[in-house]
Design a protein around this ligand. Structure first.
Ligand SMILES: C[S@@+](CC[C@H](N)C(=O)[O-])C[C@H]1O[C@@H](n2cnc3c(N)ncnc32)[C@H](O)[C@@H]1O
Length: 440
């Protein structure tokens, strides 16, 4: 791919990323990693920005595009539709000058070996600049709220008073949060030497919210394990699970190890943590993470829902079940979720979550605690998993009290468990339910 307009190549790469997500069902991370192999490190932030932004506003941009196209493009030319979306994103949401955005995007069509589209693209992009296409018409919720209709409908049902706020938060960019390893330094000490600006959140003593995101390699102390990157909502899990101690801990869906590291930082010397995951490649990431932090756990590659395959019969007194889920609470960080997830995935995920909860209950010691966590905002994966479980198990009760860990102002109480909604104090959307095993 060569051009006398270097910016054109970057637009072409971004279009390939958007097309891989929108039309081939690939994840943004995977598609972006493939694109980055073709571009210099200096150009990667721009391709990243174009890809993320185009996917973040995809539903609005695609609808606007369809208003301007006389007829749909052929399926085999879907990359041109993606390229036009990248073009619209630059024109409506960035400071790239209009003339540069138009000319480089048109040139990118040639690099994508579709020169016959150059004329059409030029006309459509210029038309977009001329006519501001409003998206606020009634009956056009996908474009107006920039989400798939099935998800808008579910949020309306589950969050009748908050759904618009959730959709707005999902369309925002997420802040970067750090978790300070308190074994090594206090949060105040770390903040004092941080070269970036950050602020503390009163309810999570180890969390710092950076005023502007930084590449991890530039972060003071990252390589030495003084600090990790983790959203503040995810940082709630480990201290809550260990609020009353805990000696033998199972992190049942551990990879890539964000919460495993936090559990170990809190437990300190002699911690007995088993970190289990069914994805071997992701589990290797846990080892890398722990090595950076100078911590250790027993890593197990297994299916958490089949304890007979991996359990030695010794009960755990704390279990963290950070279940695989729709990730509808972290759309700000992963805008591709809006395109990849389908309505029919939700009952399938809920089935898996129920199965895991049932299985892991059997490895929990009497008087032990299990924290069920998802990064979903959908009731079907959250309280509708936990409430029936509680009703069906005489030896299970919910520990409703949030201890002295001051998180109650962040959380919405549900019929079972608590929900942090995305955007609340800058946090991701997470659901938590603490279950206790009682003797009857
Ligand atoms: C939400 S992620 C966990 C994030 C992790 N706790 C952290 O804080 O970094 C869910 C994980 O569950 C794993 N998983 C999915 N199905 C599983 C199963 N049946 N048994 C064990 N792990 C599973 C996935 O591979 C994925 O790594």
């Amino acid at each position: 791919m060569s051009s006398n307009k270097p910016g054109a190549k970057l637009r072409a790469e971004a279009a390939k990323v958007v097309d891989a997500v929108a039309n081939d069902g690939r994840s943004l991370d995977v598609a972006l990693a493939a694109a980055e192999e073709n571009i210099s490190p200096a150009d990667r932030p721009l391709v990243r920005m174009l890809s993320y932004g185009s996917l973040r506003y995809y539903f609005r941009l695609r609808w606007q595009l369809r208003q301007l196209l006389e007829r749909p493009l052929k399926a085999r030319d879907s990359v041109i539709e993606s390229l036009l979306i990248v073009g619209f994103f630059q024109l409506s949401d960035t400071r790239v000058p209009d003339h540069a955005a138009v000319s480089m995007t048109v040139e990118a069509a040639r690099l994508l070996r579709r020169p016959k589209y150059a004329g059409l693209m030029n006309a459509v992009l210029r038309n977009f600049v001329r006519r501001k296409i409003a998206v606020s018409e009634p009956g056009n919720e996908e474009a107006q709220f920039n989400h798939p209709q099935w998800l808008i409908d579910r949020l309306k049902k589950d969050w009748p008073d908050d759904w618009q706020e959730i959709l707005t938060a999902n369309n925002d960019r997420a802040p970067m949060w750090l978790r300070v390893n308190q074994q090594k330094q206090s949060t105040d000490q770390f903040l004092a030497q941080l070269e970036a600006e950050g602020e503390l959140l009163p309810c999570a003593e180890q969390a710092i919210r950076l005023t502007s995101p930084q590449p991890v390699d530039d972060l003071t102390g990252f390589a030495d394990g003084l600090v990790s990157v983790q959203d503040c909502a995810a940082q709630i899990a480990a201290p809550w699970l260990l609020a009353d101690g805990g000696t033998r801990v199972l992190d049942a869906c551990a990879a890539p190890g964000g919460k495993t590291g936090h559990l170990l930082e809190i437990l300190g010397e002699g911690a007995d943590v088993t970190a289990l995951d069914s994805d071997a490649k992701r589990l290797a990431g846990v080892r890398q993470n722990l090595d950076r932090l100078g911590l250790d756990a027993t890593l197990v590659h297994a299916d958490a829902s089949k304890p007979t395959d991996w359990w030695d019969g010794r009960c755990f007194d704390r279990v963290l079940l950070d279940a695989p889920c729709s990730a509808t609470g972290v759309i700000r960080r992963h805008p591709d979720i809006k395109l990849l997830r389908r309505n029919k995935d939700i009952p399938a995920l809920a089935g898996l979550q129920r199965e895991m909860l049932e299985a892991l209950w059997t490895v929990l010691a009497p008087a032990g605690r299990l924290l069920y966590v998802t990064c979903s905002v959908l009731a079907e994966e959250n309280e509708q998993v936990v409430a029936p479980f509680l009703a069906a198990h005489e030896d299970a009760r919910e520990a409703r009290v949030l201890h002295d860990y001051n998180i109650s102002d962040l959380m919405r109480e549900r019929t079972a468990g608590y929900q942090v909604l995305p955007g609340t104090k800058g946090l991701d959307g997470f659901y938590f339910a603490m279950l206790e095993k009682v003797s009857r």
